[in-house]
Design a protein. Structure first.
Length: 288
């Protein structure tokens, strides 16, 4: 459904499953409470909101993020942009800032972010799109018996493959403060395989090829086979939206019910994005 505020059309759906584009919204200006409420409601309905042609600075990017919720540090491990902007995570393709795999952000922590606000700062001349996919739709592609099984499972999420070396070698073992704790180790965490959205009550298939390594209580072979089945359910084009960036575009996503994939099709061109993250809560599964 298209959303209107004071007779203006604000959000136009991009697909029936996921994604909407905002019209006539200037994120550099202070937002009225009514508009903030519309953005929050649209995020629950569409999961991914595209705000084209914005003119944000690092300061106004942070200010917009704050209007949506409490911000985290840039990342548990990767330092923020500078002392003035510790919340901004700079993804620079020439310094490892690529993510060409379906993943939900920071699920290797007990409390992954609620959502993120990503801004295109410097784009390659070709390629560099980002895709988001609906994990509620992924859950619904599973057969009923498999859904019943998934509802009961828990899985291990491990960020060490991606961030341990960075933590040890580039930061001397001292990461950022996350949920009040200084990060010195990246101990794997356990989350339900099916996450219940804390605001809508809808179920998502909350595993991801980026960070989920095993399913608790299964043999290694069973765990691998079942994760493969779950991963195949994630990322169908029909459940996904792909954004072709223009400089200044801002995209907000709900990290509780989506995964995303940054397409690495621009070779050695530089691509720089700024991301801020909104603090989230501990995922919970369906009650038996
Ligand atoms: O670079 C992008 O388009 C997205 C990268 C990513 O995974 C993120 O910002 O969380
Ligand atoms: Fe990401």
């Amino acid at each position: 459904m298209t959303t209107t505020v004071e007779n203006r059309t604000v959000f136009e759906p991009l697909t029936v499953a996921i994604g909407a584009r905002a019209h006539d919204v200037d994120l550099s200006q202070p937002l009225t409470p009514a508009l903030v409420a519309e953005i929050r409601a649209a995020l629950l309905e569409h999961k991914v909101l595209v705000f084209p042609n914005q003119n944000l600075t690092p300061d106004s990017h942070v200010a917009f993020g704050r209007s949506l919720g409490e911000l985290t540090a840039s990342h548990p491990v990767v330092p923020g942009m500078d002392d003035q902007h510790p919340e901004i995570y700079v993804l620079d393709s020439t310094d490892g800032g690529k993510a060409p795999v379906w993943h939900t952000d920071v699920t290797f922590m007990k409390r992954p972010p609620l959502g993120s606000v990503l801004r295109a700062v410097s784009l390659p001349t070709v390629g560099g799109d980002t895709c988001w996919t609906d994990l509620e739709a992924a859950y619904l592609t599973l057969s009923e018996p498999l859904r019943r099984l998934a509802d009961q499972l828990q899985a291990v999420h491990d960020g060490r493959k991606d961030f341990q070396e960075y933590l040890d070698n580039r930061l001397g073992g001292e990461g950022n403060t996350w949920d009040g704790d200084r990060i010195r180790t990246l101990d794997p965490v356990v989350h339900p395989v099916v996450r219940v959205h804390p605001e809508t009550g809808r179920k998502s298939l909350f595993v991801n090829p980026g960070f989920t390594t095993t399913i608790l209580g299964l043999s290694e072979v069973e765990s691998r086979a079942l994760l493969d089945i779950f991963f195949v359910a994630i990322g169908r084009p029909e459940h996904s939206v792909r954004h072709r960036w223009t400089q200044g575009d801002v995209v907000v996503w709900d990290n509780r019910s989506t995964a995303h994939y940054a397409v690495d099709d621009y070779g050695h061109f530089q691509r720089v994005m700024h991301r801020i993250t909104i603090r989230g809560d501990e995922p919970f599964g369906p009650t038996p």
